[in-house]
Design a protein around this ligand. Structure first.
Ligand code: GLN
Length: 456
């Protein structure tokens, strides 16, 4: 814990940790020490970790990367961060993220973006660690902590993991409690671990998840010993390669990585089959209707009364002006854009044409996966991202759709509620990490982690 705290102070330039909690860390480390000596050490006893700013942590700033939550100190702890503390993990601080988890580069954060410790060849230009869990990815990749929590609504664990050479798993929807995690799109949001290895991900996921009566969508299912399932033996497993993920204009290096990954799994004894997920091309548009719709509703609670920031008012201003000024000051551009899109697709005249249509598409996407699993496919292998990490400012606000295209391989998994993991599998010609994604059957994270273990 001490050496991590030192490393964090020395790495301020990465802007990964946005609130440091050294007192809490030293206190928990001392308690962990006592338990270790007493021979009563839980699974993550004494392991220093970072917590994404989206998780409410008692008495510690929890701003979801937004100005509107400035000064908000939760009275309660999220279930996931409490589970980790109960497992002995030591919180070092809160990690940078895109505002309300909306983004793929960390550039929408009110704290300014986190920076990846990686560089392109000899070029010194700063690269994005990805987003929205970019602070988590940068911190793990730069050895500022052993692991970190992330959340994933459309790829926010898997894309930053792929950009930074780390492992990130989004579990099945309902595996982790969402209680105490600031809501973005409630039917898609899931927490998950970001780690240096598949084994670490297995250990940390087990500590994070489990049924929680405070979240009625959390599943009342036993939590398996994921680590014990890591044999690396995948003989006889069937791995599907979906033809619709072979997109036009995909860089050759991503194609090569994908076929190398396929060969690795085949060499390990898996059976490789071509599969079709015919509704894939509708996933991105459906996601960018459903996620903003849910966000516009979830974000209505930031009214300047209950949490954080409130605008200074002029003489004669009433409650409407208070709402308007507070929300105009408190929310950044991307968040405002999502609220407008979400409000539009939910409005009376357009509800059927957009929101309801998107929900139907979502069902079709889910069925595509159910069909291939029913045919005996155990896991699906795809690229995690359409490119390696890009430079800061390279994909600017001027064209938000360019940024949205980053999520092309990841959003299907959230729409279908499935578990997905990003595994670092190589470097591109400029020395930047690339990741592959494995998608598993619902509730079979243990199997999925084991397949990822064979790929690692
Ligand atoms: N990049 C996607 C978005 O901006 C996904 C974000 C996420 O998973 N939280 O919506």
């Amino acid at each position: 814990t001490e050496s991590c705290l030192k490393a964090i102070d020395a790495a301020d330039a990465l802007n990964a940790f946005v609130h440091k909690t050294p007192e809490i860390a030293m206190e928990r480390a001392a308690a962990a020490d006592v338990r270790l000596r007493a021979g009563d050490a839980p699974a993550m006893c004494g392991l220093p970790i970072g917590i994404k700013d989206l998780f409410c942590t008692r008495g510690v700033p929890s701003q979801a990367g937004s100005r509107i939550l400035q000064g908000f100190l939760p009275e309660y702890e999220s279930t996931v961060s409490q589970n980790l503390a109960d497992a002995g993990a030591v919180m070092l601080g809160k990690l940078n993220m895109d505002e309300f988890a909306m983004g793929s580069s960390n550039e929408t954060s009110t704290y300014g973006n986190a920076i990846s410790p990686w560089r392109r060849g000899n070029d010194d230009a700063a690269l994005t660690p990805g987003g929205s869990s970019g602070g988590s990815a940068a911190a793990v990749a730069a050895d500022l902590c052993l692991a970190a929590t992330g959340t994933d609504t459309g790829g926010s664990i898997r894309q930053p993991a792929a950009f930074t050479g780390t492992v990130g798993i989004k579990p099945t929807y309902g595996r982790c409690s969402r209680w105490g995690i600031v809501a973005f799109a409630s039917s898609l949001d899931q927490a998950g671990p970001m780690t240096k290895s598949v084994r670490d991900a297995a250990i940390m996921l087990e500590a994070m998840c489990g049924h929680d009566p405070k979240d009625s969508t959390s599943a009342d299912l036993p939590v398996p010993d994921f680590e014990a399932m890591l044999s690396g033996d995948i003989k006889g497993k069937t791995i599907g390669i979906p033809r619709e993920y072979r997109m036009d204009g995909m860089p050759g290096e991503i194609e090569t990585l994908w076929s190398q990954g396929t060969d690795m799994l085949r060499d390990a004894g898996a059976k490789i089959v071509d599969i079709s997920l015919p509704h894939t091309k509708y996933a991105l548009p459906a996601y960018y209707v459903i996620a903003p719709a849910e966000a516009s509703s979830n974000l209505a609670r930031y009214d300047g009364v209950r949490y954080g920031h409130r605008a200074k008012l002029a003489q004669g201003d009433g409650i409407t002006e208070m709402y308007e000024k507070t929300r105009a000051e408190g929310f950044g551009h991307e968040v405002q854009r999502r609220i407008m899109v979400g409000t539009y697709v939910l409005s009376a005249g357009f509800y059927d044409a957009y929101y309801n249509r998107a929900r139907k598409v979502r069902t079709l996407i889910k069925r595509d996966f159910e069909n291939v699993f029913a045919e005996g496919v155990d896991a699906i292998l795809t690229p995690a991202t359409p490119s390696a990490a890009f430079g800061l400012g390279e994909m600017t606000d001027a064209d938000p759709v360019q940024m949205y295209l980053n999520d092309v391989f990841t959003v299907t998994v959230n729409l279908a509620g499935l578990p997905g993991i990003s595994v670092p599998t190589g470097l591109d010609s400029q020395g930047l990490p690339l990741g592959l994604q494995l998608i598993g059957r619902p509730w079979e994270e243990g199997d999925l982690l084991n397949t990822a273990y064979a790929l690692e």
